[in-house]
Write a new protein. Structure first.
Ligand SMILES: *Cc1c(COP(=O)(O)O)cnc(C)c1O
Length: 415
């Protein structure tokens, strides 16, 4: 049987060995066709409605990827002034940027106001702040649909999203503050959580969200958030997020809402991971194979500074092994932990995985690394952030971010 990456012709006219020779490791490699396919899926989610899809760039803010998103007609979500700045450099006009702010300073909010991007505020106190800074302005408020939506408990008890949004019972206070500062609430947004494979809780949340929207007269848009899942266990045949059924169900819900309320607004979503995760594999070099007290380790240069998801979220990434440019799929197998080169015992890419017998100089190929991969990378241990390469639609490899150098480690110091 062939490897997954070969089945989808991930590497185009090249192969991991040639890429590693040319660019070194660790290396994020993106496939343009897969990326564009996912972008088109999210852009075409609601063809029967006024709709835009915002790509959440905290997942990946590589300039080339942002420019492709621009071409594919996506708008973007920014989570910081830095993301607004980068989006503008990539060519996004202000009206295609939505700033989902969270506990920001006055300076930061002022920056976004001056840049002319629509801001979502995330608490009553930040709504007051916006009012003080921009009396008479337009904005969006992030609603936390927590109450009465039991389906979200899992996400909430995961402790991830509880600080976000204004509670639904505080909606009257939103109106009071808006009145005080003559503000126009032109949007409502929500984001119930990340990485769901079952769309039902999301639809359920949309349902209550639409209900809250009826309290607001000046709405121009409703933004349902992101979180559409990626099948990280694809080598074990995990099915994809069923976007076709989701699409049909969401379409139905919104059509009904428009019919019963007589309203028509722009609908938005904010997918991040779904857009980029599967378009990228992370290549790492195997520098040692060892056994300690009965445990076998594959020692690579994929440290937790390069890919922190396994350490941070106990995330699973499928792993393939390449040797001499070809995937190793047959032959004897062993259980290994694939680990990095950082001085932390949690520096593990894949724990206790059955893999083909692996040797020094093999290449480890970590799948689905495009979301929260490079964007969460760091210089921990003064390791360098890796390079990124795009396999274009014609199959060629192009460097889209240079590897850092030792000199980069000094750029904030007077030395
Ligand atoms: C992180 C985030 C997203 C994207 O989440 P994904 O799971 O990557 O789709 C969208 N909206 C907001 C507000 C977020 O914080």
């Amino acid at each position: 049987m062939d490897s997954y990456t070969r089945q989808v012709n991930f590497f185009g006219n090249t192969d991991p060995e040639a890429l590693v020779k040319k660019y070194g490791t660790p290396l994020f490699v993106y496939n343009e066709d897969i990326l564009r396919k996912q972008m088109r899926r999210v852009a075409g989610l609601l063809p029967n409605h006024r709709f835009t899809s915002n790509f959440s760039i905290k997942t990946n803010s590589n300039m080339t990827i942002l420019k492709i998103a621009l071409e594919e007609g996506l708008n973007c979500d920014a989570m910081s002034p830095g993301e607004i700045f980068v989006l503008k450099k990539a060519g996004f006009p202000s009206e295609r940027i939505f700033y989902v702010s969270n506990n920001v300073s006055e300076e930061e909010m002022q920056y976004a106001i001056d840049e002319g991007v629509v801001i979502s505020v995330d608490s009553l106190s930040q709504l007051e702040m916006f009012g003080r800074l921009n009396r008479g302005g337009k904005l969006s408020v992030r609603i936390n649909p927590g109450v009465g939506a039991g389906h979200h408990d899992k996400v909430v008890t995961a402790g991830k999203k509880t600080k976000f949004g204004v509670a639904a019972q505080d909606i009257p206070k939103i109106h009071e503050i808006a009145q005080k500062y003559d503000l126009h609430i032109v949007g409502l947004n929500q984001h119930i959580g990340s990485l769901f494979m079952d769309y039902k809780p999301f639809l359920e949340a949309c349902h209550s969200f639409l209900h809250y929207a009826e309290d607001f007269d000046e709405l121009e848009f409703l933004d349902f958030g992101g979180g559409f899942g990626t099948p990280y266990h694809k080598l074990n045949d995990e099915p994809e997020f069923d976007i076709e059924t989701f699409k049909a169900e969401l379409d139905k819900l919104l059509t009904e809402w428009k019919a019963t309320t007589g309203r028509d607004v722009l609908f938005k979503t904010e997918p991040g991971r779904y857009v980029v995760a599967e378009s990228c594999v992370l290549l790492g070099g195997v520098h040692s194979v060892k056994e300690n007290y009965g445990h076998k380790y594959v020692g690579t240069d994929i440290g937790m500074n390069v890919l922190i998801r396994p350490e941070l979220y106990d995330s699973w990434h499928d792993v393939e092994i390449y040797r001499d440019g070809k995937p190793v799929t047959d032959g004897p197998r062993e259980v290994y932990s694939v680990v990095g080169n950082i001085c932390e015992s949690g520096d593990i890419v894949a724990k206790d995985r059955e893999l083909p017998v692996t040797k020094e100089k093999d290449i480890v190929c970590v799948l689905d690394a495009g979301a929260y991969g490079f964007s969460m990378s760091s210089n921990y241990n003064n390791r360098l952030r890796p390079a990124e390469v795009l396999i274009t639609s014609s199959g060629d490899d192009v460097l889209i971010r240079r590897r850092e150098t030792l000199e980069d480690l000094l750029r904030c110091f007077d030395v």
